[in-house]
Design a protein around this ligand. Structure first.
Ligand SMILES: *Cc1c(COP(=O)(O)O)cnc(C)c1O
Length: 415
């Protein structure tokens, strides 16, 4: 599937469903995901790893809707989790705990016990104290935990300035230069086997070369650790491949990336684990909204829509760019340069700024594009706004994958 969201004769479709039908029947704001689009991106990874001892562990934090997890579990995907809540979701969706890796700098005792209980594949550990805690808890439970240390490979920022987590100054991982000593100090632990090396250098990488550079460094680390007598079996390279958010962005070629990676990993005897999130779901999702009002303050033009930073925080949080397009060609000629804003009482509540758009009028529907990753999962109830519905499209059919919240949902649990 080239592009699951496509315009045909002026009308925007998700697979074979007209998006306006969903906007009218499910209401707005609403997230819509293409099952076919998600499967296609997952299969691109699976095909690129064919014949290798490799596994794709989809990063649940990008989009944890049960229907999305269920369809990826059915494809045979493993899962990368960062919390006990995500592990619970994976289990409810029928995911195999033996294909789950657990990342994160702040795993709690309860979360570690839950993961040991379910028998996950491995912990990616971010500190010596965490390794010691896993050892103690596993010992008490009569289990043996498999673990990797999340290494910070310190990939050169001068050539790759957009890397956001793989540098020494970031909170993630343990510096590659001292990490062999960490393995040494954990050598005697009886209930943790350090049998992997892991990293995740950042997100939204439009060029795969830093990932390949990290892979090379990690393979060399595995070789050094093996020379010290550690039975290192797997290399977890994390996620991070980006998607085109802007019209000019080039989409990283997953196939070419995996061919290059194969060249680095094959022959080392290492199993390869990847943890893509965004690159599997982002382009398969849109956020639909309705235009409420037009207004202008002097020479500034605003298009007020019924979606906001509470549905999609990426523009407010990172100044992220999302294309905004009408579901049907505008009835009026010409364009307007406007801020697209939501109803939330924050100046930072915008979906686009100074954007040239068609003459959108109240009642028109728009799609905020490339919203399948880090969208609904980062939504909030700020301003007592019920979180939006999520819809899954598959071919010619569609269904509500999560109901829109009600006012009753908003007060649940309050005294
Ligand atoms: C967020 C995250 C991922 C997924 O990153 P993407 O950029 O969405 O592919 C993978 N692994 C870890 C450890 C993460 O924190």
């Amino acid at each position: 599937m080239a592009n699951p969201i496509e315009r045909r004769e002026g009308v925007l479709f998700c697979e074979n469903v007209e998006l306006e039908t969903i906007a009218r029947e499910a209401g707005t704001p609403v997230y819509v995901y293409s099952a076919g689009g998600i499967r296609a991106r997952y299969r691109e990874y699976a095909a690129g790893l064919e014949g290798m001892d490799a596994r794709v562990c989809y990063a649940v934090k990008a989009n944890g809707n049960l229907s999305v997890l269920r369809l990826l579990a059915a494809e045979g995907a493993g899962f990368d989790i960062v919390s006990g809540g995500e592990l619970d979701r994976v289990l409810r969706a029928g995911g195999d705990p033996a294909k789950v890796v657990f990342a994160g700098v702040g795993k709690t005792r309860e979360e570690i016990e839950f993961a040991l209980e379910t028998g996950i594949a491995a912990f990616n550990c971010e500190s010596e104290a965490e390794i010691a805690l896993i050892d103690a808890l596993a010992g008490r439970m009569g289990k043996r935990a498999s673990a990797a240390v999340r290494v910070n490979p310190d990939v050169n920022p001068e050539t790759h300035p957009y890397i956001s987590t793989g540098l020494r100054e970031h909170k993630f991982g343990i510096d590659i230069h001292g990490v062999e000593e960490v393995y040494e100090r954990a050598r005697g632990l009886r209930n943790v086997s350090l049998e992997g090396v892991a990293c995740h250098i950042g997100s939204q990488l439009l060029d795969a070369s830093p990932l390949l550079e990290a892979a090379q460094k990690m393979v060399e680390l595995a070789v050094r650790l093996r020379a010290r007598g550690f039975a290192i079996r797997h290399l977890d390279l994390g996620g991070g491949l980006g998607v085109p958010y802007k019209p000019g962005d080039a989409r990283p070629d997953v196939g070419a990336f995996l061919r290059a990676l194969r060249g680095i990993v094959v022959g080392t005897g290492l199993r390869l684990w990847l943890e893509p999130g965004r690159s599997i779901v982002a382009e398969a999702g849109v956020l639909l909204a309705r235009v409420l009002y037009r207004k202008s303050n002097g020479d500034k033009e605003f298009i007020v829509v019924d979606a906001s930073m509470t549905e999609l925080i990426r523009p407010a949080l990172y100044g992220a760019h999302h294309e905004i397009v009408p579901l049907r060609k505008s009835r009026l000629p010409g364009t307007v340069t406007a801020d697209v804003v939501g109803p939330v009482c924050e100046t930072g509540d915008f979906l686009a700024r100074g954007r040239e758009l068609p003459q959108l009028m109240p009642g028109d529907f728009v799609a905020v594009m490339t919203a399948g990753a880090y969208g609904w999962v980062a939504s909030s109830n700020y301003n007592a706004r019920p979180r939006p519905a999520e819809v899954l499209v598959d071919g010619t059919g569609w269904g509500v994958a999560r109901k829109r919240e009600t006012y009753e949902d908003l007060v649940r649990g309050e005294a």
